[in-house]
Design a protein around this ligand. Structure first.
Ligand code: CUA
Length: 328
């Protein structure tokens, strides 16, 4: 589609979003021109003249004409809606084998955590050409993660997960912003997205993992003690599973006890006590931890206590990662 502005398109989503934007822009330009030119022509041609001070005749509506205009506009609007929906579905649907990264927004920084436990602040490193899933939540107020070069923007809200699914298509460093006013330092909530070759990404992770095992950095002169903060999310989840007593009611073997087993739980269709069905995803798990009776699984008693206020976002992310790891 003919573009008036050419901006860098650095993710698989960017061309889709730009095509839709340009379509809407051109529809607007054409409509605007037709309306304004028509307005001017009618004013010049049909205005009341001194030579002919007769009142213009009163014109009744023209039903077929009005209906056809409404139909055309309705079809156009629904077309734009469907187009937008198709693109939106791509952003919220995780790809198979995506690199999953947890993102926590807080006043006023972005925390990233990889599945190997590596944490970064205000910097997101991702491989080029590989699908990435950002699983996002907020520790305080509503933020919004916005990467203009990727044409991606998604609210990051407390108490629930939102996702961004995309593939970066260009090597480089791209700025990311907070796009939802969140307090004093909102404008300073800026992060870098660094896109590297997939091999470089693997190496970058491997070197870090080796450093963690050795307990020192790559130059060997600065000890990096492995601490709780370098725990893998999955391992953190497993630790909390034991510490908080989850294991009393939820097995990891597939055997249901007081509550459903965690084995094979993620991605499963569950039938609820009220007969509805739900898919076990990140948001379902989070809700079930914070508000266990909200979606009670059929055949189980509403006896689980709430963990609201007792678990941090990081800990909830850990439990979700732990349950995911028991998928098979
Ligand atoms: Cu975070 Cu604005």
């Amino acid at each position: 589609m003919l573009a008036l502005f050419k901006l860098p398109q650095s993710s698989t989503m960017a061309p889709n979003i730009d095509n839709l934007f340009n379509f809407i822009l051109w529809v607007s330009i054409v409509s605007f021109t037709i309306i304004v030119v028509g307005l001017i022509v009618f004013v010049l041609k049909y205005h009341r003249r001194r030579s002919d001070p007769e009142k213009t005749p009163y014109i009744e509506g023209h039903t077929p004409l009005e209906l056809s205009i409404c139909t055309v506009l309705f079809v156009l609007l629904m077309g734009i809606f469907a187009w937008g929906w198709i693109d939106y579905a791509k952003i919220i649907t995780p790809a198979q084998n995506a690199v999953e990264i947890n993102l926590i927004g807080r006043q006023w920084l972005w925390e990233l955590e990889y599945s190997n436990g590596r944490k970064l602040t205000n910097e997101l490193v991702i491989p080029k050409g590989k699908p990435v899933t950002l699983i996002m939540s907020s520790a305080d107020v509503i933020h919004s993660f916005f990467v203009p070069a990727f044409r991606l923007k998604q609210d990051v809200v407390p108490g629930a997960y939102t996702q961004l699914n995309f593939t970066a298509t260009e090597i480089g460093i791209f700025p990311a912003y907070c796009a939802e006013y969140c307090g004093t330092a909102h404008s300073g909530m800026i992060a870098k997205v660094r896109v590297v070759e997939p091999e470089a990404f693997e190496k970058w992770q491997q070197i870090w993992e080796i450093e963690q095992q050795l307990g020192e950095d790559s130059r060997g002169d600065r000890p990096v003690a492995p601490t709780a903060t370098t725990e893998k999310p999955e391992a953190r989840g497993q630790r909390i599973y034991a510490e908080k007593g989850c294991s009393a009611c939820h097995t990891t073997t597939g055997q249901p006890l007081v509550g459903p087993s965690f084995k094979g739980l993620f991605g499963k269709q569950e039938e609820l006590a009220d007969g509805k069905k739900t898919t076990v995803d990140e948001n379902y798990l989070r809700e079930s931890i914070m508000d266990p009776q909200a979606k009670l699984v059929k055949g189980f008693q509403p006896v689980m206590p709430t963990y609201k206020g007792q678990l941090s976002d990081e800990e909830v992310n850990g439990i979700v990662a732990f349950i995911k790891s028991l998928k098979n």
